[in-house]
Structures are given as C-alpha cells and as structure tokens.
Design a protein around this ligand. Structure first.
Ligand code: ATP
Length: 209
C-alpha cells in the first residue's frame, strides 16, 4: 500500500504544490488526472523518490520513507517500487529479455531469467524476447517497460502516462493489463494521465487542479 499525508513541493518560491492525500491499497488502482501543468508527473516523481517532498509524509507498507537515510530510501524504493516512465529507456545492445533481467540484478543482485521469461510471456511477448527493444513496436516496448517494472514484485507500481502514445485498442489493453497485474501481484498501482480514455476504466480517481 501507499499513502501520503500533506505532501508539498516547490520548484521555486512562486510555485508551491500542495497535493491531495493518496491512499491506495494492495491490488488497487488509483488514477490521477488533471490538466497539463497541474503537477501529475511531479507527484509521481515524489512517490518514486526521484524528488524529495518539502513537507509531508509518504508511507509505503506503513514505512515513512522520509524517516530513512538516503541510502536506505534508495534501497527500499529499488525493492518496493516499480516505475513505468512515459518514455522507454532501454539498454539498446541488450535483448528484451536481458533488459528485464538487468532490472532484477540492479535492485536485488539476483538474475531471474525464468521469471523474466514468464512475465514477458504473460504480456504476450514470448516471440520477441531475443529481439532488440528497437525492433519492437511502441506498444510492445511499453509492455517490456511494464515487465521491467514488475520483475522485482514491487508493492507499488507507478505509471506515468503509460497509454498516451498508444492507439485506442492498445491503450485499453495496456491499462487493463496493468490493473489486472496489480491485482494478481497485490501491488498498489498509481497511473497519472491526461488520457480521457482511462477515466471510464477506474473507479478510484483523484483530479489535480
Ligand atoms: N524541473 C523543473 N523545474 C522547474 N519547474 C518545473 C520542473 N518540472 C516541472 N516544472 C513545472 O511544474 C509544473 C508541473 O509540471 P508537471 O510536469 O508535474 O505537470 P503535469 O501535470 O505532469 O503536466 P503534463 O500533463 O503536461 O505532463 C509545470 O508548471 C512545470 O513547468
């Protein structure tokens, strides 16, 4: 689960964000919407530890992240948070499979080839595991991104606009897949998006203004 209380953040003295509190249980999906510039990506980066809040608390599995030292925060997040960023960043000379295995090596110092193959298979990428990421379509690359975020069984999955570059059919497939996987893995899934197509799919929503 992930919860926040009174989280604030500023990039400058003239622009202060005061975010609504979040409460997302295991297996649940929370959709965060809002117009451009309302702070969706900023909030996701705060939840993922890429930014530090000015004040307030972020609790993952009841652990207050800010109470940990910086190195412990990094280790904790590496093991308990999976991030799916808007743009896919792969190690281009490595195969799809090796890109996913590498994510487990970085976070846990273990190489989990079988598990990576299973997840990629679940995501319909069985025939593509030995290809280079650049040989896949954008929708397929997005699914590799998802596999990489899931390889360490994260308690929390954070997805930034995971469907905005996809056509209607693939957008719905990816959104449903993410939500189904969150249920299966009992992870909390947070999706930030301005993709109106997702609004009808999820009951649990917050709109930033
Ligand atoms: N690194 C930064 N330095 C200064 N200001 C920033 C930085 N990143 C974002 N901002 C500002 O913070 C505000 C919120 O940006 P953010 O990217 O979180 O919004 P968003 O809701 O995700 O927007 P979009 O839907 O367009 O991606 C914007 O006004 C933006 O210009």
């Amino acid at each position: 689960m992930i919860k926040t209380q009174n989280v604030t953040f500023s990039y400058s003295a003239t622009q202060k964000f005061h975010f609504p509190d979040i409460d997302c249980a295991n297996g649940q999906t929370l959709l965060i919407t809002g117009n451009s510039g309302t702070g969706k990506t900023t909030l996701l980066h705060l939840l993922g530890g890429l930014l530090q809040p000015e004040s307030g608390e972020i609790l993952i599995n009841n652990q207050n992240i800010q109470a940990l030292s910086t190195s412990k925060q990094d280790a904790f997040r590496g093991q308990s948070v999976g991030m799916i960023l808007q743009k896919s960043f792969f190690i281009e000379p490595l195969s799809v499979l090796d890109n996913v295995v590498l994510a487990s090596w970085i976070a846990k110092k273990s190489k989990v080839q079988e598990k990576a193959l299973n997840i990629l298979d679940n995501l319909g990428l069985k025939d593509h595991v030995h290809k280079l990421p650049s040989q896949l379509s954008i929708g397929q690359q997005q699914r590799v991104n998802i596999a990489r975020a899931l390889i360490n069984n994260p308690s929390v999955i954070l997805a930034d606009e995971p469907t905005s570059s996809l056509d209607d059919e693939n957008a719905l497939i990816v959104a449903r897949l993410l939500s189904d996987l969150a249920k299966e893995y009992q992870s909390s899934l947070i999706i930030v998006t301005h993709d109106q197509r997702l609004k009808t799919l999820f009951n649990h929503q917050i709109t930033l203004v």
